[in-house]
Design a protein around this ligand. Structure first.
Ligand code: PLP
Length: 247
C-alpha cells in the first residue's frame, strides 16, 4: 500500500551493476535487503522479492561476493482484521524461503517489522467537538432519515495521516453504549481548516453528541509519530494503561 520502491532500492539490472562495481572497489557485499512497502496486502510480494533476492545472491556469488544475510524488511499487518493476516503472509514467506534459501545455505534471515509490533499497542480516543445535522441527502437531493457531520479533535494532520494516502482502514466505535439505536449515515471530519481533513464519508453511527468519545483501535503505527501542529491543534497525549487483572 506504500510503494517504497518508487523512492528507494535498485532494480535487478542495477543490482548486477552495483555488485560488479562493489567488487572492483573492493567493497564486501554481505547480503540483500528489501521492503515490500508498509501494510502489504499481497503475500506474493514477499515470495516474489525472496525469489529476486535469490537471483541477486547468485549474481553476487558469480562475482565472488560471500553473501550470508537476507533482510526481508517490514510490511506485516498490525491488526487481525486486515485484508490478509500475519499468519497467511508468514506461510507464503516460509514456503518461499524453503525453496530459495533452505537452511543448508547457511544464510541468516532477519526482518524489520514495525507496524506489526506497535499498531495494536495503542488505542486512540477522540472527542466530538462539533456536529451538523443535514436533513437532505446532498447526493440524491431526496429527504433522508438523517445524515450527520461530526467534527473531532484529531484528524489528517494529527493521528490520521493515513487518510491522505487512502489507506485508513480502522473503524470508529462510539464509547457510549448504543446497542439497538438507529444508525445514520455520518461523516467524520478532522478539526483543521481544510476540507480534505475527512476521515469517513459514510460511516454508520448512532446519533452522538458534542463531548462524546469515538474509539479507534490499532492506532499505534504511523499515527502520533506523524502528527503536526497544523492550525494550532495539539498532538494527542499518550496515557499508558494496564488492566488491574494483568497488573
Ligand atoms: C527500512 C524500513 N524498515 C522497516 C520499516 C517498518 O515497516 P513496517 O511498519 O511496514 O513493518 C520501515 C518503514 O517505513 C522502513 O523504512
Amino acid at each position: 500500500m506504500f510503494p517504497i520502491s518508487i523512492k528507494f532500492g535498485a532494480s535487478l539490472e542495477e543490482c548486477g551493476h552495483l555488485l560488479k562495481v562493489a567488487r572492483e572497489l573492493g567493497v564486501e557485499v554481505i547480503g540483500v535487503s528489501f521492503h515490500v512497502g508498509s501494510n502489504s496486502s499481497d503475500p506474493h510480494c514477499f515470495s516474489e522479492s525472496i525469489a529476486n533476492a535469490r537471483g541477486v545472491f547468485d549474481l553476487g556469488a558469480d562475482l565472488g561476493h560471500e553473501m550470508t544475510l537476507l533482510d526481508i524488511g517490514g510490511g506485516f499487518p498490525g491488526s487481525d482484521d486486515f485484508i490478509v493476516t500475519f499468519e497467511e503472509i508468514a506461510k507464503v514467506i516460509n514456503q518461499s524461503l524453503e525453496v530459495h534459501f533452505p537452511a543448508e545455505t547457511g544464510v541468516n534471515i532477519i526482518a524489520e517489522p514495525g507496524r506489526y509490533y506497535v499498531a495494536s499497542a495503542f488505542t486512540l480516543a477522540v472527542n466530538i467537538i462539533g456536529k451538523k445535522c443535514l436533513p437532505w441527502n446532498k447526493d440524491t437531493f431526496r429527504e433522508c432519515a438523517k445524515s450527520v457531520k461530526y467534527y473531532i479533535n484529531d484528524g489528517g494532520f494529527g493521528s490520521f495521516s493515513d487518510i491522505f494516502h487512502c489507506h485508513f482502514t480502522q473503524k470508529a466505535v462510539p464509547y457510549k453504549q448504543s446497542v439497538g439505536q438507529p444508525l445514520y449515515s455520518s461523516s467524520v471530519w478532522g478539526p483543521t481548516c481544510t476540507a480534505e481533513d475527512l476521515l469517513f464519508n459514510h460511516a454508520q453511527l448512532p446519533e452522538l453528541q458534542v463531548g462524546d468519545w469515538l474509539i479507534f483501535e490499532n492506532m499505534g503505527a504511523y499515527t502520533v509519530s506523524l502528527s503536526t501542529h497544523f492550525n494550532g491543534f495539539s498532538i494527542p497525549r499518550v496515557h499508558f494503561c494496564i488492566s488491574s487483572k494483568i497488573w
